[in-house]
Design a protein around this ligand. Structure first.
Ligand code: CLF
Ligand code: SF4
Length: 483
């Protein structure tokens, strides 16, 4: 499947299920998503995932994909994976499981489509299920071959499957997929889209029937399927999909994709959030997807793949029974911290009238639901919205790291200006530390930097900041004291 050009999470207003959103789920499902960093927004602050690039071939062509790179349905373009044989993949997984015990999920998401490479995908999962039963298995596919492998997927206890569904209307599909390879023939145009859609919908129904959790990824392509994705959301929800992840198209000319070369634009942050909000009425939405590469390793948003290249793990001997014991201890510690965080009462935003406008805040965080990162070290910001309704997570914005040490100082001004553009619409930046220069540039851009909430719980800090902004009189015309 796809793992590269654009990418791949749940709840009414945010995704991948926040703690409150998960509270209503049946125990069995809660248990399945609780420590899956993509299916649970709360888990992604604490747990990591890894992908193994064992699936090189693909059976369809997407206009946002260039096969020289990874599969674009769940990741970003421009990154090439180290292709692995199943036995090499298992070695690497055991090495990562030992070094990063918070890694709970192994996904196969490319660089082509896992089910266009069924032997390699199945033998990796089969070996892993036997050796490391504490690791969740995850699969991400374009869906063309899905129905024929649903029973095998179920037998292997692959509990999480992502299907990239960009449309349910073949006329829309014909603008996204030039061809598919089906029953030994290349099929083009609307007919190709019809077959793909049929297979995706059938695969979704069959997985849901068997109790497998299904996430649907959709790539938002302005002018092509943006007006259509709400209908997609309704349809897949009605069929039992657990989560919908609407991802922005990534189409740069230098990636050599059809859309990139044709100048097809990507959606803005505002357009993406607006569509996610519209779909959220019908479906749990994922908003914390990082469009990972097909060989990503680590917490979402970080990539430690280079630490585990084949040459580094080839001779490693791992006693997995011992590793499993250590992992269980680490997971228990994480859960303890998560429980403490969950009982921190969200500071009530009490003195506000309903019509008060929301405020977007950008948060620099390395995880654990804390404001624990230096502004200059952030490669991405978590975007939260404070409003009279409370606090909600609304998305991720990636930036180039501003401070990489003294040697790159000449480039920092440019990077800072780009970051300021990326943070457009945000009124506050919450971080653990920030230098004098970025502080003053942020202020000039109308964004309030804040490091007084360093190492505090994010949601509590956002609520506090919102209250303070209102009380400071900045929005005085919209405030009304509640008796
Ligand atoms: Fe990987 Fe995908 Fe499984 Fe997650 S990623 S196969 S569901 S373990 Fe996650 Fe990465 Fe987004 Fe995918 S952040 S691209 S949604
Ligand atoms: Fe590329 Fe195939 Fe993935 Fe489409 S399904 S993005 S063509 S690898």
């Amino acid at each position: 499947m796809q793992t590269t050009t654009t990418s791949s999470g749940c709840s009414k207003s945010s995704c991948g299920s926040s703690a409150q959103q998960m509270a209503h789920l049946p125990d069995l499902i809660r248990e399945k998503v609780h420590n899956h960093p993509c299916y649970s927004e709360s888990a992604h602050h604490h747990y990591a995932r890894m992908h193994v690039a064992v699936a090189p071939a693909c059976n369809i062509q997407c206009h946002y994909c260039n096969r020289r790179y990874d599969c674009a349905n769940e990741s970003r373009p421009g990154v090439v994976s180290e292709l692995l044989q199943p036995d090499q993949a298992v070695k690497k997984i055991l090495a990562v499981a030992s070094a990063i015990p918070q890694m709970t999920v192994v996904g196969i998401a490319g660089p082509g489509d896992p089910l266009a490479n069924p032997e390699r995908t199945i033998s990796t999962f089969r070996a892993l299920a036997e050796i490391a039963p504490d690791i969740k298995l995850c699969l991400s596919t374009n869906g063309l071959n899905l129905p024929q492998y649903v029973d095998e997927i179920f037998k292997l206890k692959v509990d999480h499957v992502t299907i990239t569904i960009n449309c349910i209307d073949p006329d829309v599909g014909a603008k996204i997929y030039p061809w598919i390879f089906w029953k030994n023939k290349r099929i083009r145009g609307k007919k190709a889209a019809e077959i793909l859609i049929q297979q995706q919908q059938l695969g979704l129904e069959m997985l849901v029937e068997r109790g497998v959790l299904v996430k649907v990824n959709s790539v938002m392509i302005p002018g092509v399927n943006d007006q259509h994705l709400q209908e997609v959301s309704k349809t897949v929800k009605a069929k039992g999909a657990f989560l919908h992840n609407v991802m922005p198209l990534i189409a740069e000319a230098e990636h050599g994709t059809f859309f990139g070369l044709m100048g097809q634009r990507s959606p803005s942050h505002e357009e993406l959030q607006s569509l996610q909000d519209q779909c959220a009425g019908d479906m749990n939405m994922m908003r914390h997807c990082r469009q990972c590469r097909a060989d990503a390793v680590g917490m979402l948003g970080e990539d430690r793949g280079a630490e585990f290249s084949l040459d580094k793990v080839a001779d490693l001997e791992v006693n997995y029974a011992e590793v499993m014991e250590k992992r269980a201890k680490v997971h228990a510690e994480i859960e303890q911290k998560r429980n403490v965080a969950a009982v921190i009462p969200l500071q009530k935003i009490t003195r506000i009238k309903r019509q008060t406008r929301p405020v977007l805040m950008a948060v620099a965080s390395k995880g654990q639901s804390l404001i624990n990162q230096h502004f200059g070290h952030a490669k991405e910001f978590l975007i939260y919205e404070g409003s009279s309704e409370g606090v909600r997570f609304v998305g991720i914005r990636k930036v180039a790291q501003y401070c990489e040490g003294s040697e790159s100082c000449g480039e920092t001004e440019f990077t800072l200006q780009t970051t300021l553009k990326t943070l457009q619409g945000c009124e506050v930046v919450l971080c653990s530390k920030i230098g004098f220069e970025p502080w003053s540039e942020l202020e000039k851009a109308g964004i309030k930097p804040d490091n007084t909430h360093a190492f505090e719980n994010i949601e509590t800090a956002v609520a506090d900041m919102y209250q303070k902004i209102l009380e400071s009189g900045l929005l005085i015309e919209q405030i009304s004291e509640v008796a």
